[in-house]
Ligand binder design. Structure first.
Ligand code: NAP
Ligand code: ZN
Length: 349
């Protein structure tokens, strides 16, 4: 199927229109017209080859909401006209113990990313949601509950599940004390979701400028991470910290904020995070962990949870041709709190 997207041709070229082919519909596939696509900081990392494995031309985008246009003969879960969604994964082996548990993101054979991987059927590079159409096997296509505004729901597919999954894994419930480092796309979803779970939420931001926003999003307070006095006053005050900072940074100052048995979960930076001094870990059995996105069943659970609780991201809608300015603003943390591309602004080839 012919389609058109926006691609980076190299690590330093701006994204620009790029016509390409989607694979032909297989028996178990769903074809969809993409209506909205969120802009994740991972898209920018990928377009600029920050992780060193980008395949150019690179079409980013893994927060996809659209409408089903065709289904293969074996498809049972979705039908033409349904509002559906695709997140960061489009395939996995579906046979290993992790896939059997619904943790396809931890597939023993490696799951296939919506971009940056290889199409299992045809072997060509996977290309993401900055495009008019996509074809995905039905197991990786989510239902968008009617109660969710489809123009705002897209960021749930990555920012939502990446923060929901660790909140669930670490058993956040009424009264759990949750800290969120970095109030961006992931961070603001962590605040909304943890708050909807009944947690007591503290934002850890580099400055005071987002304090009113943090409270409006559902946080109980904001700590300025560069304020040594405020940080010292918050020792032992948190059960769980979700760290969304997208670049290398020192995690040491945050560890004393955890209470006994507390955990800091890295979901942002992929790579070094400063030098680790074990003293605060040993002295209070504190832990440092990481967490990658989430499985398909948990992603559906998160969408249903958001529909039930009325949780939606704060979005700024942009046109496809505004993506390069949006990336510049993302680098400056100048987004409140997720860009979403209106795909109607990209005309089909
Ligand atoms: P984002 O919208 O740009 O937000 C990141 C926030 O981190 C900023 O708003 C800012 O908050 C803080 N920050 C930015 N630069 C910083 C710096 N130099 N030092 C300290 N803090 C800084 O990014 P995002 O879309 O939420 O993504 C965050 C990271 O998560 C990215 O690296 C992305 O690749 C990664 N990610 C991981 C997964 C996963 O599966 N684990 C999934 C999706 C994304 P303040 O202004 O409040 O300080
Ligand atoms: Zn993402």
């Amino acid at each position: 199927m012919k389609t058109i997207g926006y691609a980076a041709q190299s690590s330093d070229s701006p994204l620009a229109p790029f016509p390409f082919e989607r694979r032909a519909l297989q028996a178990g596939d769903v074809a969809m017209e993409i209506l909205y696509c969120g802009v994740c900081h991972s898209d920018l990392h990928y377009a600029r080859n920050d992780w060193g494995f980008t395949q150019y031309p690179a079409v980013p985008g893994h927060e996809i909401v659209g409408r089903v246009t065709a289904v293969g003969p074996d498809v049972t879960r979705h039908k033409v006209g349904d509002h559906v969604a695709v997140g960061c994964l489009v395939d996995a082996c579906m046979e290993c113990d992790q896939c059997e548990k619904g943790e396809e993101q931890l597939c023993r054979h490696g799951s296939t990313g919506t971009y940056g991987g290889f199409e299992p059927v045809v072997g060509t590079p996977t290309r993401g949601g900055y495009s008019k159409h996509i074809v995905v096997r039905e197991e990786f296509v989510l239902r968008v509950p009617d109660a969710l505004d489809i123009a705002k729901a897209a960021p749930l597919l990555c920012a939502g599940i990446t923060t929901y999954s660790p909140l669930r894994t670490w058993g956040v419930k009424e009264g759990t004390r949750v800290g969120v480092i970095g109030l961006g796309g992931l961070g603001h979803m962590a605040v909304k979701l943890a708050s909807a779970m009944g947690a007591h939420v503290t934002v850890l931001s580099r400055s005071d400028t987002k304090r009113a926003d943090a409270v409006a999003l559902g946080a109980d307070g904001l700590l300025v991470s560069s304020d040594a006095g405020a940080m010292a006053g918050a020792v032992n005050s948190l059960d769980l910290i979700i760290d969304t900072v997208p670049v290398e940074h020192d995690i040491q100052p945050y560890l004393p904020l955890l209470d006994v048995d507390g955990t800091l979960v890295l979901v942002g930076q992929i790579g070094p995070v400063g030098t680790l001094n074990s003293v605060p870990l040993l002295m209070a059995r504190r832990r440092v962990s990481g967490s990658p996105i989430g499985g398909i069943a948990e992603t559906q659970e998160m969408l249903d949870f958001c529909a039930e609780k009325g949780v939606l991201p704060d979005v700024e809608m942009i046109r496809m041709d505004e993506i390069n300015q949006a990336y510049d603003r993302l680098i400056k943390a100048d987004v409140r709190y997720r860009f979403v591309i209106d795909m109607a602004s990209l005309q089909a080839a």
